[in-house]
Design a protein. Structure first.
Length: 124
């Protein structure tokens, strides 16, 4: 059963295409995540493009992660570790760039909040 929405299906299709494209780029660039973009793409597709939603959720590599997120809000431990390591490396890199002190403090604090949220999600 499709969720009710007042937006036209074309809007959801375009949104899904944008996020699939970002996910594809993320598959080749290590600094850009893939699965979060595909989760958003599947969410948009479920509202206006059932065919794409089925393709994304049945994908052999990314489908199970999308389904786990959709059903339980679960994030695999490997993704938690990778995201935490990336945020830690980014926070350390901030101290190597000439930035105001408040940026060097605020950005890592925000990343710490995101990391905390990620680690409070179920794993499987």
């Amino acid at each position: 059963m499709r969720p009710r929405t007042s937006l036209p299906p074309l809007f959801w299709k375009l949104l899904a295409i944008v996020f699939v494209a970002l996910g594809v780029v993320g598959a080749f660039l290590p600094i850009l995540p893939t699965v979060p973009f595909l989760i958003v793409a599947a969410w948009a597709a479920s509202r206006g493009w059932p065919w794409l939603d089925e393709k994304l959720t049945s994908h052999p590599r990314y489908g199970p992660t999308i389904v786990r997120w959709r059903e339980r809000g679960a994030i695999p431990r490997s993704a938690k570790l990778a995201s935490s390591a990336g945020m830690l490396a980014s926070a350390a890199a901030l101290w190597l760039v000439a930035l105001p002190v408040w940026v060097r403090i605020a950005v890592p604090a925000a990343m710490a909040c995101v990391a905390f949220w990620i680690w409070t999600r179920p794993e499987e």
